[in-house]
Design a protein around this ligand. Structure first.
Ligand code: ATP
Length: 449
C-alpha cells in the first residue's frame, strides 16, 4: 500500500528523530533494503528505554498492587475471538483514494476532507470505504478457508478470554484486574510521525473487573491514576492532559472514554485511552463461546457479569513521548573544553533513563582500566551501566548527556592514590569526589530516591 507524505514537523521532532538514529535508540527496520516505513527497530539504547517504560508500568500496575495480576497471551488467535469481540465487523477506519495521484488516506485524519494533501487536488477522493485494520494470516500448512488466523490488534481480548481461568486460579475477586504488555498489529492506512503510528507496536493494557454499580467510580479512579503515572515519571504538567471523548467518538463497546494526551510537536495527541467497556466483552464472549463468564458473590448471594474499566496505553508511543519531553539544549557554562558550546541533554527521570551510570576511565592505560573494571563490577549487579574509555572526557560526557545517563563516574590518576572517583551529575554538571568504597551508597541515595 502506498504511504501518505510525512506531515509537517517542528524542529524538536527532527532533532529527536536524528538523535535516536545517531545514538542507537531507534532505527528504521530493514534499513539496508531501503527501509519499510511501517515498523522500527529499537537499538542498544532504545531497547533499554522501552524496557524501562514497560517495567515502570508493570511495577505500578502489578508489583505495587495486590488486586492486579499479569498475563502473557498469544498473539495469533482464531476468527471466533474477533467475531465475538466485534473486531471483524467494527475494527475499521474510513479509507479514501485520491483519483489523481492514487495516494490513500484515512478520511478522519485529513485536515481538509475536500483536498488531497499529497497533490493538492480538490474533490478528487473516492467514496470512503471501511477498511479493516486486522492482519490476517494462515495457521498450518494449508492456506484458505478454515485456516485463517489473526494477529491481535490489541492485547485486551486475551484478558477476556482468560477471565474464567484467572478468576479460578488467582483467588482474586472483583474489583480486580488483569494486566498485559505485548505486541499488537494494525494494518494502519497511513503510518507516520516516527514511532507514533506504526503497523507493529507494543501495548500496555489492563482490564479491571468491577461490580456493575461501581464502574463510574473506578473509571474516575483510573483516569486520575494513569494521568499521575506519566507525571510522576517526569512528563511536565503543561505537556499532559485528560480529554473526554465526545459521544460520536466512542468505540462500539464504550459508554465513556478519556484519553491521556501529550503535547507532541504537531499538537495534542493520544498516549492512552481509559474506557468504561461495561459488560460488553464478557457478555459477547459468553454468548459466542457458551461459557459462563460471571462472578458469584457468595457473601451477598448474587451472580453478576463484572463491568470493565480499561486503561490501554502504547509502550512505543509512550517511549517517544518520554524522549520528546526529556530533550533539552543548553549553553555549557563549565567543563573546560566544552565551555560556550551548546549541549544536548535528555533529562529523563532516573527510572526511565536507559543507562543509570557510565563508567569512564580518563585514559585507556591498564593502571586505570583495572580500577575502572572494579567500579563496573561493583555497580553492574544493581544498575545498567555503560563503559567508555576512548575520546576526550568532555566528548564522552556530551555523549552520555545525549543518552540521558544520570551519572558519570570518572576514574583518573588520582584514584590510584586516594581510592576515590569523580561523580558527575547529568543535570547540574556538578562533580563530587566520592570514595570508591562508598560509591554504590552514594549513587543509591540519588538514583533510588
Ligand atoms: P487511533 O485513534 O490513534 O488510531 P486508538 O484510539 O484506536 O488509536 P487504542 O485502540 O485506544 O488506540 O489503543 C491504545 C493505545 O495503543 C493508544 O493510545 C496508543 O498509545 C497505542 N497505539 C494504538 N495504535 C497504535 C499504532 N498504530 N502505533 C503505535 N501505537 C499505537
Amino acid at each position: 500500500m502506498s504511504e501518505a507524505p510525512a506531515p509537517a514537523v517542528s524542529d524538536l521532532f527532527d532533532k529527536v528523530v536524528n538523535l535516536c538514529k545517531r545514538r542507537g535508540f531507534v532505527f528504521p527496520s530493514a534499513e539496508i533494503y531501503g527501509g519499510f516505513r511501517s515498523t522500527y527497530d529499537y537499538g542498544p539504547v532504545g531497547v533499554l528505554l522501552l524496557r524501562n517504560v514497560k517495567d515502570a508500568w508493570w511495577r505500578s500496575m502489578v508489583q505495587l498492587r495486590h488486586d492486579i495480576v499479569g498475563l502473557d497471551a498469544a498473539i495469533l488467535s482464531p476468527p471466533a475471538v474477533w467475531e465475538a469481540s466485534g473486531h471483524l465487523k467494527n475494527f475499521t477506519d474510513p479509507l479514501v483514494d485520491c483519483k489523481v495521484c492514487r495516494e490513500r488516506f484515512r478520511l478522519d485524519r485529513l485536515d481538509d476532507p475536500e483536498v488531497c494533501p499529497n497533490c493538492g487536488s480538490k474533490h478528487s477522493f473516492t467514496e470512503a470505504r471501511q477498511f479493516n485494520l486486522m492482519f490476517k494470516t494462515y495457521a498450518g500448512p494449508v492456506e484458505g478457508a478454515g485456516a485463517e488466523v489473526y494477529l491481535r490488534p490489541e492485547t485486551a481480548q486475551g484478558m477476556f478470554t482468560n477471565f474464567k481461568n484467572v478468576l479460578e486460579t488467582s483467588r482474586k475477586r472483583p474489583p480486580f484486574g488483569i494486566a498485559q504488555i505485548g505486541k499488537s498489529f494494525r494494518n494502519e492506512i497511513t503510518t507516520g510521525n516516527f514511532v507514533f503510528r506504526t503497523r507493529e507496536f507494543e501495548q500496555m493494557e489492563m482490564e479491571y473487573f468491577v461490580p456493575p454499580d461501581e464502574s463510574p467510580r473506578w473509571y474516575e479512579y483510573w483516569c486520575a491514576e494513569r494521568l499521575a503515572w506519566y507525571h510522576d515519571l517526569g512528563i511536565p504538567e503543561h505537556m499532559l492532559r485528560l480529554r473526554a471523548h465526545d459521544e460520536d467518538e466512542l468505540s462500539h463497546y464504550s459508554i465513556g472514554t478519556s484519553d491521556v494526551e501529550f503535547l507532541f510537536p504537531w499538537g495534542w495527541d493520544e498516549l492512552e485511552g481509559i474506557a468504561n467497556r461495561t459488560d460488553y466483552d464478557l457478555t459477547q464472549h459468553a454468548s459466542h463461546s457458551g461459557e459462563r463468564l460471571e462472578y458469584f458473590d457468595q457473601a451477598a448471594g448474587v451472580r453478576y457479569v463484572p463491568h470493565v474499566i480499561e486503561p490501554a496505553a502504547g509502550a512505543t508511543r509512550t517511549a517517544m513521548a518520554f524522549l520528546m519531553a526529556a530533550y533539552d539544549e543548553e549553553a555549557v557554562a563549565r567543563e573546560g573544553q566544552g565551555q560556550g558550546e551548546v549541549r544536548t541533554v535528555l533529562r529523563f527521570h532516573h527510572r526511565i533513563a536507559p543507562y543509570k551510570v557510565a563508567v569512564l576511565p580518563l585514559s585507556k592505560k591498564p593502571e586505570l582500566s583495572a580500577p575502572a573494571n572494579d567500579v563496573l563490577a561493583q555497580l553492574q549487579p544493581h544498575y545498567m551501566c555503560d563503559y567508555d574509555e576512548t575520546q576526550a572526557i568532555g566528548r564522552r560526557y556530551r555523549r552520555q548527556d545525549e543518552l540521558g545517563t544520570p551519572f558519570c563516574v570518572t576514574i583518573d590518576f588520582d584514584t590510584l592514590d586516594d581510592q576515590a572517583v569523580t561523580v558527575r551529575d547529568r543535570d547540574t554538571m556538578a562533580q563530587d569526589r566520592v570514595p570508591m568504597a562508598g560509591l554504590l551508597d552514594h549513587l543509591r541515595a540519588r538514583l533510588d530516591a
